[in-house]
Write a protein that binds this ligand. Structure first.
Ligand SMILES: [Zn+2]
Length: 733
């Protein structure tokens, strides 16, 4: 292997073990789970390199295991053949990798992307296409019951969709869109291009749905543009006087499935209520008396299996479901979230949404805009291949698993991240490296069929010290988080907590058993690179998904979704927030970094109140929200510079900072904009800015992020360490 050829960079892929034990016995001895966290189609920020797109004469694959040629293969027989790094079979190398017949020159293999870049996208040849490519198809399914109208959700959605029509991918003018709205009845809209005005068609039989005018409900965006615009201009006011509080979501979904079934596509759901009407409606089952009991998990598990079955049916038909939930009251996210989970979709949650508040309208509008305009891969399958002797035991993520190594994804959603767990089935003595290769065959927005291939190669070792020294505590923690989400949904929260903590204790115990000299029993020892493991473990236990306490089940369910789906960096910030002191800025802080879209960030500080001072101002980024912490003693000049009013006059809660009129405020606004931009790109999340003051009732919420401090019944970090020490004393060295 050539040393300069690198594995995919961190945001694409992270392995728990960057040196793989030579056999299963050694892996078991280390107690480190063997997992890979990966986001093959991740969003690319403005400062990141694009993935090379290549179209060689033939896409070269191994004749036996069908792996794609990649930077880690070896060339044999004077470069005329290549040895597969997955199955070791020697294959013929096509002449074009040696000789360029056009320029009549020898080929410099260092210039060929698929032989040098560990993430690459092949333009598929004829053999990978089956019929015409799927166009972009979006069916908007919008709740228009009283709550949706009252909150301004429908008007904001209509306005945003209207202003985004030009940004929806529409290569070749093949994109189709349609709308269904619903309360206790379903409303279809005939958008035939010959009409000057849309026609609303109401269907009130929710059980046996009749689709009126089936050919005119899903229309070509370009051809029907004027009638679509006319519809969206009216939609905001169309149901203005409604008093209807019913919401027949399942029936609306059935109708959308019938319409999209033959061609596949995306269903975008906008829901303000618990689905309380028609077949498969849901009941309010929130029950605070179950919080903190072994029965709490039942609130986090789907109430009705129909939602999962429906999602699987959609997945088979290449339909992806994305859900936008707006509610001040219980909506049963536990059940509704199964729709995106099994179809490769996303869930967006706006608790207590009120569009008359600029912050709410702005957040929803920004996220919907990006949702509609971002690139998506369609009708995709993901295949994972690994070195002989390595098996894939489990996969985690928002998809439908067809086989242990084959995943169906109606959409390749760049916001989603997946994980796999591997086992070592046979001794790897003859293998210097273990290789994983993921290939996502998909249709991209220009109708081209492409295969995105990423290849990750990990050296094999028979040395336990090397196994520990190359373990990655971040990947281990994210991997544990995804497993714990599954555990919560299958068993109990307490089981998930046990999984998280025993993951840490087992690894540290194994290290102690193997490497600590006797007589050092009271010392807590872990190899330096794993030093973050205890703090991340503790942070995970205190995450709203898993911590003890009275947490409404919608909030907990949403947190489980965030942990399950988030890309690597977002998940890490969600587990261990980024905290910055913003009252002492050095010369560059908050100023743009030349030739990038970034700004210089302040140094991060540990998540403990002891690291904060009374006169300080702090900014916390938990990947979902940006929180500014103010205390009575916060430097009054800086408070005034940022808010243009004194501490006493500042309201806590969601806020929009005034337009900066001084250098300090400009820098802080730059920092906030930079965080927002990167969250919007990486996870389609436009964080609110919240102000929390030390003497108001949201104080506890801010404090709950300080995971190194004691929180209710959860331990402080020093207490947690002494708990670990106690547990580890059981491990003899
Ligand atoms: Zn092979």
């Amino acid at each position: 292997m050539q040393s300069e050829k690198k594995n995919p960079t961190y945001p694409y892929c992270a392995a728990t073990l960057n040196a793989v034990p030579q056999n299963n016995a050694l892996l078991q001895k280390s107690k480190i789970p063997f997992g890979l966290v990966f986001a093959p189609y991740k969003n690319i920020g403005p400062d990141e390199p694009e993935v090379p797109v290549v179209s060689p004469e033939v896409i070269v694959r191994c004749k036996i295991c069908r792996a794609y040629i990649n930077p880690f293969v070896t060339f044999v027989d004077q470069g005329t053949r290549w040895k597969c790094n997955i199955c070791h079979v020697v294959n013929d190398l096509p002449a074009f990798y040696n000789w360029d017949s056009k320029t009549r020159q020898a080929v410099d293999r260092n210039t060929i992307p698929e032989l040098n870049s560990s993430v690459v996208e092949f333009v598929a040849t004829q053999e990978y296409t089956r019929g015409p490519p799927q166009p972009v198809v979006i069916m908007f399914v919008i709740d228009v019951s009283f709550q949706s109208i009252q909150s301004g959700m429908v008007a904001t959605a209509a306005r945003t969709i209207l202003s985004t029509l030009d940004s929806i991918p529409n290569y070749d003018n093949r994109t189709k869109i349609g709308f269904i709205t619903y309360d206790s009845t379903l409303h279809f809209y005939n958008l035939n291009s010959s009409l000057s005005e849309p026609q609303m068609l109401v269907v009130s039989d929710l059980d046996d749905i009749f689709i009126p005018a089936p050919d005119d409900l899903l229309v070509n965006l370009s051809e029907s543009r004027s009638v679509i615009e006319s519809f969206l201009n009216k939609l905001g006011n169309m149901h203005k006087t409604t008093q209807n509080v019913s919401s027949a979501l399942p029936s609306a979904l059935n109708a959308a499935n019938k319409i999209l079934g033959p061609i596949g596509g995306k269903i975008a759901v906008f829901q303000s209520n618990i689905p309380n009407c028609g077949k498969n409606s849901l009941k309010k089952r929130e029950d605070p008396s179950l919080y903190n009991t072994s029965k709490e998990s039942s609130l986090l598990q789907p109430a009705d299996n129909w939602y999962k079955e429906f999602a699987l049916d959609c997945s088979r038909k290449q339909i992806c479901i994305d859900t936008f939930i707006f509610s001040g009251q219980y909506t049963d996210i536990a059940t509704i979230s199964t729709l995106p989970r099994f179809t490769g979709g996303s869930i967006y949650f706006y608790p207590g949404f009120d569009a008359s508040r600029a912050e709410d309208a702005n957040k929803f509008s920004s996220e919907l805009n990006r949702f509609l305009s971002k690139k998506i891969g369609l009708e995709a399958v993901l295949r994972i291949r690994s070195t002989r002797g390595i098996s894939i035991k489990a996969c985690y993520g928002n998809f439908f698993l067809m086989a242990s190594d084959l995943v169906q994804l109606p959409n390749v959603n760049p916001d989603n991240c997946y994980a796999l767990e591997a086992t070592i089935e046979k001794d790897l003595t003859s293998e210097p490296y273990v290789c994983f290769q993921g290939a996502v065959l998909h249709t991209c927005n220009n109708g081209e069929r492409r295969i995105r291939v990423f290849t990750n190669v990990l050296p094999v070792t028979n040395n336990l010290t090397e196994v520990f020294a190359n373990a990655d505590p971040r990947a281990i923690s994210i991997f544990a988080a995804k497993k714990a989400v599954d555990k919560t949904l299958a068993d109990k929260i307490e089981d998930a907590r046990n999984l998280i903590i025993s993951n840490c204790i087992d690894i540290m115990g194994a290290y102690k058993q193997s490497f600590t000299a006797s007589g050092q029993a009271s010392q807590l020892l872990i190899i330096e690179n794993l030093a973050l493991l205890p703090v991340l473990t503790q942070a995970l236990l205190k995450n709203i998904a898993f911590r003890r306490g009275n947490i409404p089940s919608d909030i907990r369910s949403f947190a489980l979704c965030v942990l399950y789906g988030s890309p690597i960096e977002n998940a890490l910030s969600y587990i261990y927030s980024k905290l910055y002191a913003i009252h002492i800025l050095d010369a560059n802080t908050g100023l743009p970094i030349p030739n990038t879209s970034q700004v210089y960030m302040p140094p991060r500080i540990n998540l403990s109140i002891q690291r904060m001072t009374q006169d300080g101002i702090y900014l916390l980024d938990n990947s979902q929200h940006i929180i500014i912490w103010l205390s009575r003693g916060s430097n009054p000049e800086l408070v005034n510079a940022l808010f243009q009013k004194p501490y006493e006059a500042i309201a806590s809660g969601k806020t929009t900072l005034p337009t900066p009129n001084n250098d300090y405020a400009t820098r802080i606004n730059n920092i906030i904009e930079c965080i927002r931009k990167s969250r919007l790109i990486s996870y389609n999340n436009f964080p609110y800015v919240y102000v929390v003051k030390e003497d108001d009732n949201t104080r506890g919420w801010f404090i709950s992020h300080l995971v190194e401090d004691k929180l209710d019944s959860e331990l402080s970090y020093p207490q947690f360490l002494s708990h670990l020490r106690e547990q580890l004393s059981k491990y003899s060295s």
